[in-house]
Design a protein around this ligand. Structure first.
Ligand SMILES: [Zn+2]
Length: 194
């Protein structure tokens, strides 16, 4: 019989060296998105999925934690870029609830899927900033899952601000450059959320 023990989520080592030299604060939305799109590019280069995300202090622009899509190399369906960034931010701040430590912003190269929407809500971010549309990810075969059509309004109703289409063309370019594995593709047609 298996002996179940605490799990460790695999975080790529290069993420630590990538963070060296990043300015202490990124006050502008485009600067933050540019960093996140760079993460998506680095992820592809290192065998991960074409998605990047990061948690910032909303007001100062301090980078709290980065994330990349590491589902395939990490062998875990949890490891979407947003989830990795949120889990690392929670570890950095020592809390499962970010809102009790200030206002934090999740910047993501592509709009969140059904899993990431749930995690970002429970993590307590104040703001979500997205680059590419979900449709852009679906166009290369990824599946966003059974997400409410009204996700943007539902987040706003819960006090989470949503900003879309920040540097969308650059985020789409990274998606379209991806030639790696498309996981969950068997769910793609039936679960498309549009
Ligand atoms: Zn996701």
């Amino acid at each position: 019989m298996n002996h179940w023990i605490n799990i460790k989520l695999p975080i790529p080592k290069w993420l630590n060296t990538w963070a060296i030299g990043i300015p202490e604060t990124l006050p502008d939305a485009n600067q933050r998105m540019s960093l996140v799109i760079d993460l998506a590019r680095m992820s592809i280069k290192n065998g991960g999925g074409p998605f990047g995300a990061a948690v910032f202090n909303q007001h100062t622009g301090e980078l709290i934690a980065p994330g990349v899509n590491w589902v395939v190399p990490g062998k875990s369906s949890l490891l979407h870029a947003e989830v990795m960034a949120l889990v690392l931010a929670e570890q950095t701040l020592g809390s499962y609830e970010l809102a009790s430590h200030g206002s934090f912003e999740l910047v993501t190269s592509v709009e969140p899927c059904c899993q990431c929407l749930g995690v970002l809500l429970w993590a307590g971010v104040a703001s979500v900033v997205c680059g590419a549309h979900s449709e852009d990810a679906q166009a290369i075969g990824f599946n966003e899952g059974p997400r409410s059509m009204h996700w943007e309004q539902e987040l706003k109703q819960r006090g989470v601000s949503v900003t879309r289409e920040v540097m969308r063309p650059q985020a789409v370019e990274v998606l379209q450059s991806y030639t790696g594995e498309i996981y969950n593709s068997q769910l793609q047609v039936s679960n498309r959320s549009g």
